[in-house]
Design a protein around this ligand. Structure first.
Ligand SMILES: Cc1ncc(COP(=O)(O)O)c(C=O)c1O
Length: 340
């Protein structure tokens, strides 16, 4: 009998739960373009409370939420400090240039977090004829580094360095970071002006992300959502699943993290030349450098374990509700018997 695929390509492949499907079926909806969908309003206020902000706005995708943030915080030509490998830089098809006409000033983010001296130096260069910085964007957990997390104190320290500049947090996997660090999501958001999170990754909702911030910023974000074509109508059907996600699916992320760790250990043992330390696997992403990364992914796929690459010579495997303990065991034994 052929075994089902162990799908570690992404946590976006997760399926809505039975409770979500039921909530969607039962959802009371209205036209959210008119601000009349009670289920969307409930989800938005749930998220605003979760991250300690005045207001939130429901959007179709994480990319759109990031783009709305770019547009509310900047004007064309503005400069944004961002980690070199952040999603908003490398995985959104140049959206920030196309939608907000901003330029990035990169800082190193190999470990997910910034070196504060480097940030200070970029800010200082404003006094040497270099561009004025208008926004700082960070990502927690940080996908490209393998789901590494910022500690709340590191965000506080960053705020001290950047002073009054606004900060946007791409928290596509903010709740993974919160579960991994054992803290309330609010601890990551006190110093950021806007924060987004995705409902359709580890939390298993089918569609949707949320952006939160002050009421003034969210009023402007609502206009930007419309401009980007993201105002939806009876969106409560989607929001209903999002409510179930926030109400019931956060704690289970710890299982994804534990399984990722098991896989991380298997890869580290198999490929010592990659210098991958499984201790850095804090959340649900196993990502490491290897000259044969694409070959590793292809060979594993041949034996029913799907992963991917996120840069040349960089493999990535993501745990989610699609992958239980038995599936991880199968992935581990496939890794052990790989011939590269
Ligand atoms: C860190 C990060 N930010 C933003 C996004 C964008 O989310 P979406 O796919 O919903 O547009 C992703 C998606 O994978 C992500 O990993």
């Amino acid at each position: 009998m052929t075994q089902p695929l162990v799908d570690l390509r992404s946590d976006t492949l997760t399926q809505p739960t039975a409770a979500m499907r039921e909530a969607m079926y039962e959802a009371v909806v209205g036209d959210d373009g008119y601000g009349e969908d009670p289920t969307v309003a409930k989800l938005e206020s749930l998220f605003a409370n979760l991250v300690g902000k005045e207001a939130a706005i429901f959007v179709p995708s994480g990319v759109m939420a990031n783009q709305m943030a770019m547009r509310v915080h900047t004007r064309p030509g503005d400069v944004v400090i961002s980690g070199r490998t952040q999603h908003v830089v490398g995985f959104e098809m140049g959206a920030s240039a196309a939608n907000a006409s901003v330029q990035f000033n990169f800082v190193d983010d190999v470990n997910g977090v910034f070196n504060l001296e480097e940030v200070a130096s970029v800010l200082d260069a404003q006094f040497d004829h270099q561009p004025t910085i208008n926004l700082v964007s960070l990502e927690n957990s940080h996908m490209a580094s393998g789901g590494r997390t910022w500690a709340p104190e590191q965000i506080t320290a960053l705020k001290k360095v950047v002073g009054p500049l606004p900060m946007h947090l791409d928290g596509a996997r903010l709740l993974n970071a919160a579960v991994a660090r054992g803290v309330s999501p609010k601890e990551f958001t006190t110093h950021v002006d806007t924060v987004m999170t995705c409902l359709s990754k580890g939390l298993c909702a089918p569609v949707g992300s949320l952006l939160a911030g002050s009421q003034v910023l969210m009023d402007r974000a609502r206009i930007e959502r419309k401009r980007l074509g993201g105002a939806m109508r009876q969106a409560g059907f989607l929001a209903a699943a999002g409510i179930v996600a926030l109400d019931t699916m956060i704690d289970r992320l710890a299982d994804d993290h534990a399984r990722a760790k098991v896989l991380a250990e298997a890869f580290a043992q198999k490929f010592p030349e990659s210098n991958y330390d499984p201790a850095i696997c804090e959340t649900n992403i196993v990502s490491f450098n290897h000259p044969q990364a694409r070959k590793i992914v292809a060979r594993l796929e041949e034996v029913g374990v799907a992963g991917g690459t996120v840069a040349p010579q960089r493999a990535r495997f993501v745990t989610s509700a699609l992958v239980d303990d038995a599936a991880i065991e199968r992935a581990v034994s496939a890794v052990k018997s790989l011939q590269i």
